[in-house]
Design a protein around this ligand. Structure first.
Ligand code: UD1
Length: 385
């Protein structure tokens, strides 16, 4: 059997690493004739070392066999160029399966291309639905799931979403959350890092540190990158005011800044004031271990990332999710998780911020988020072949 796995952007790397390890482990105990031939394709959507290269090194992902070199661009440009390049790969390599993960543009582009070439598609992290079609990721999820032959879901709610859309039962397999495989495999390495070393070696370009290094439970951790939060000055400005005037009055605020957020803040003339605040620490995008280490010690997380909501749930870090909806309801406190939806309205963020500050760290593990999801993914593919 020949499998091509696809990655494109940062959140894909932690999902593909355990899957590739599962294939390697499988191959070790098989006779040569039964081994899986595997190729890793990187579309190149994220290309710089902080958004991509670091994760390959830290998570011991072998270098991609093929890099499509797509780079930055509009959605149509990224998807279109990926499809053109990936079609050539499929025609040359003729795989039995294409495995896509998550909900980024690579997921959409490569699943559509594979189906047009009559190649079977397996989607890992299927069935997530935010119900918000204005999110580019929701478009990617809907199309990918509609086309995929095998839909591997992280939780019961996601399986149920697929059933409601009329997906045949035989295509759905609940496998758990593959990202948690990576978290469990890297906990010890992350725990060994020191906060001061992470800060010292990742300061944002042109940023000068003005505050002492915080101890565990004495800092807030923040990430922001969604277009809905960072692309509109009227939305991002009041959030930044709240961070500077209120959060940073209580705690040191550590913020690894996504390139999109930095670009937008600079364009809106907001970056200077944030970067000169005495209690805000601006960092470059962090590697996997550094981010996990900070999450382990943060008093509170403020984020619009999907993956961090899940990691906070496992680690128990109180998490304010700066979105009005989530495709990951299992991470919400109603279901036992650590996250609460606060949107981008400052009144609401403030209220939940104070509630979250009063909360203790309470780890929660949804069923099958046990570090063994990748093996179940591979078993499901073999069974469906
Ligand atoms: C993409 C994903 C999103 C994911 C996020 C994680 C889609 C639709 N979106 O959004 O789901 O949560 O990645 O980061 O696929 N840039 C760099 N270096 C890089 C890559 C990008 O500086 O290596 C810059 C680009 O020039 C661009 C910005 O970052 O200005 C955004 O990159 P882009 O790939 O368009 O999407 P993300 O917002 O990162």
């Amino acid at each position: 059997m020949k499998i091509i796995s696809v990655v494109g952007a940062r959140p894909n790397f932690m999902k593909i690493a355990p899957f590739m390890r599962a294939i390697a482990a499988f191959n070790q105990i098989q006779p040569i004739s039964k081994r899986i031939e595997h190729l890793l394709v990187h579309t190149g959507q994220h290309y710089d070392s902080r958004m991509s290269g670091t994760f390959f090194e830290e998570l011991a992902i072998p270098e991609a066999d093929i890099n499509l070199g797509v780079g930055s661009g509009s959605h149509a440009e990224q998807v279109g160029q990926t499809m053109i390049a990936f079609e050539k790969v499929l025609r040359k390599e003729n795989p039995d399966w294409v495995v896509v993960v998550g909900d980024v543009n690579a997921t959409l582009a490569c699943s559509v291309t594979a189906k047009k070439e009559w190649v079977k598609v397996c989607h890992i992290e299927a069935g997530l639905r935010s119900g918000d079609i204005t999110m580019p990721e929701e478009v990617n999820r809907l199309v990918t799931d509609r086309l995929s032959d095998l839909l591997l879901t992280p939780d019961k709610i996601s399986s149920e979403n697929l059933r409601k859309e009329g997906t045949t039962e035989s295509r759905i397999v609940l496998v758990g959350n593959i990202m948690i495989d990576t978290l469990e495999a890297n906990r010890d390495k992350a725990a060994a890092l020191k906060i001061e070393d992470i800060i010292a070696s990742n300061l944002a370009k042109d940023f000068r540190l003005k505050t002492a290094n915080p101890d565990d439970e004495h800092f807030a951790l923040m990430t922001l990158h969604r277009p809905s939060n960072v692309d509109d000055k009227a939305v991002i400005r009041p959030i930044l005011r709240f961070l500077m005037d209120e959060v940073a009055a209580d705690l040191t605020l550590i913020w690894p800044v996504h390139p999109r957020a930095r670009k937008q803040m600079e364009e809106f003339g907001l970056y200077k004031e944030v970067s000169s605040h005495p209690k805000i620490v601006l960092l470059e995008p962090l590697g996997y271990h550094a981010m996990l280490r900070l999450n382990m010690g943060a008093r509170i997380m403020l984020t619009d990332s999907g993956g961090l909501q899940e990691e906070c749930t496992i680690l128990g870090t109180p998490c304010l999710t700066l979105r009005w909806n989530t495709e990951r309801p299992v991470t919400l406190k109603e279901y036992g998780g650590a996250s609460v939806l606060v949107g981008n309205n400052v009144e609401r963020i403030r209220e939940e911020y104070h509630t979250a500050l009063a909360k203790k760290r309470t780890p929660f593990r949804p069923p099958l988020w046990d570090g063994k999801t990748a093996e179940r993914c591979l078993a499901a593919i073999i069974k469906a072949s």
